[in-house]
Design a protein around this ligand. Structure first.
Ligand SMILES: *Cc1c(COP(=O)(O)O)cnc(C)c1O
Length: 447
């Protein structure tokens, strides 16, 4: 029951009323509830533009947390949603199935690296990581049960500086420092951490980079259910692009020591790095792969965890006889329909050309910023461009300046980065980089 009748005429509320309520009652990610960073009220978004209620139209450099591929308010994606909604928006996935989900799973199996033949659809990136970790743990449980052995493989190994989501299992494999492990220490799964990869994409490879990792495999493999890593790009950890040979070595170590390889392609999937999946840079197939973010072209929350036949068979012949997970909105029909349309658009639009064009332009415009006194490093991979600064940004101030300059860029820590929708044109991309160039000279934007 409502305590009181909710107000019906929200449209008559002013922007200031709405923002005031938002500030007092609505949680936003990673900001204080009592003294939050400002939020900007959005009225609509179209193509690469986010239109604020205050009248400004901003060129989007963030793709709404790396999820939008083909722009906002896309006629074909809208049409896919409308068409699906006239049939049904959702039905339970227990005992029922539907063409949109089936078609999507078929596409995912076709497009992802070889061997990933079973698809588990779920709600969000974090949940797909939960599912991946649970799959790995249940796989070894089933193996031990069948062989009548004691279960020892109950931990995960990962690298520092990683990010895999905000739910508890996912958090336990995020970087121990930036993932705030100390707050949840008593309840968090205790896993193993290797140093982050240090040899960058494009640099000369040296096997020293995997020395400690190899040592950890050697030392702990009896306890290890899986190794989890973001392929090629450590995203939230600072847009660090590492050498593909590192990932190749991860695959070799997993094979050698009988540990499952989980690859988290949530940020890198669907073309972002210049390959359809970042695994392709190292020419490897994982045992389990997580997809999310761009899966629906940024329209709705949907994720998928893919695994091999071996994992599916082992789990299904184990003690439980099935995998122990089943979200209410599993296989949501609207989300699947828009995901299918987004994947089709990727190929219709020739995503490789789109990404290559963005990469060339970013190389030309962003890399020269390396010479700025505030800049520690500038790097580009596919449609991702990042400026690492020597000082941390003042988020509220720099955000306001970007809005004044007509762009939506949200830096964090020392990192100013852009990851625009693939449909962005050269002129719009130039506006984004020009805005970054301007704020790099403004002291008040930095702490
Ligand atoms: C964003 C992200 C996640 C979490 O996805 P959510 O949909 O926010 O739960 C997990 N892993 C990686 C690599 C990500 O970038």
């Amino acid at each position: 029951m409502y305590k009181k009748q909710p107000e019906i005429h929200t449209a008559t509320k002013t922007s200031n009323d709405l923002l005031q309520f938002d500030k007092e009652h609505v949680w936003h990610p990673y900001t204080s509830m009592t003294s939050p960073l400002p939020s900007y009220l959005v009225e609509s978004a179209n193509g690469v533009h986010i239109n604020l209620a205050s009248g400004e139209s901003l060129i989007d450099g963030m793709s709404s947390w790396w999820s939008v591929l083909h722009g906002y308010n896309h006629p074909k994606l809208n049409a896919a949603l409308v068409e699906q909604s006239t049939k049904m928006s959702h039905v339970m996935f227990g005992g029922l199935t539907h063409p949109s989900a089936i078609t999507l799973c078929e596409k995912l199996i076709d497009l992802t690296p070889q061997g990933l033949n079973k698809v588990f659809l779920c709600d969000s990136g974090s949940v797909s990581v939960e599912v991946a970790m649970k799959m790995a743990l249940q796989y070894w449980h089933s193996k031990a049960h069948q062989a009548n052995n004691v279960l020892t493989k109950t931990k995960l190994l990962t690298v520092k500086n990683g990010y895999h989501g905000d739910t508890f299992a996912a958090m336990s494999v995020c970087d121990p420092v930036t993932g705030m492990h100390q707050i949840f220490e008593q309840v968090l799964m205790q896993n193993y951490f290797a140093p982050a990869p240090t040899i960058k994409f494009g640099e000369q490879w040296h096997s020293d980079d995997t020395k400690e990792l190899t040592q950890l495999f050697k030392q702990h493999h009896h306890e290890l259910a899986a190794f989890i890593i973001e392929p090629i790009v450590q995203g939230t950890g600072g847009m660090r692009f590492y050498h593909p040979h590192y990932l190749k070595t991860c695959r070799q170590l997993c094979d050698q020591y009988d540990v499952l390889l989980i690859v988290d392609e949530i940020a890198t999937g669907f073309g972002r790095t210049g390959k359809l999946f970042a695994c392709e840079w190292a020419d490897i197939s994982p045992d389990i792969m997580c997809l999310g973010k761009t899966l629906t072209g940024g329209y709705m929350t949907l994720a998928a965890t893919l695994c091999t036949n071996d994992i599916a068979n082992t789990i299904s012949t184990g003690e439980a006889g099935c995998f122990m997970h089943g979200p209410t909105f599993m296989g949501n029909a609207l989300a699947c329909a828009v995901a299918n349309a987004s994947i089709d658009l990727l190929f219709e639009n020739n995503w490789q050309d789109q990404v290559q064009t963005i990469e060339n332009k970013l190389n030309a415009l962003l890399l020269p910023l390396k010479t700025y006194s505030r800049v520690k490093d500038a790097r580009v991979l596919g449609s991702i461009g990042a400026i690492e600064c020597l000082q941390a940004v003042n988020v509220a101030v720099i955000q306001k300046r970007f809005v004044e300059l007509g762009v939506w860029i949200r830096p964090f820590g020392t990192l100013i980065y852009i990851i625009p929708p693939l449909i962005i044109n050269t002129e719009q991309l130039t506006t984004l980089v020009n805005a970054i160039t301007i704020v790099l000279d403004e002291d008040e934007c930095f702490i």
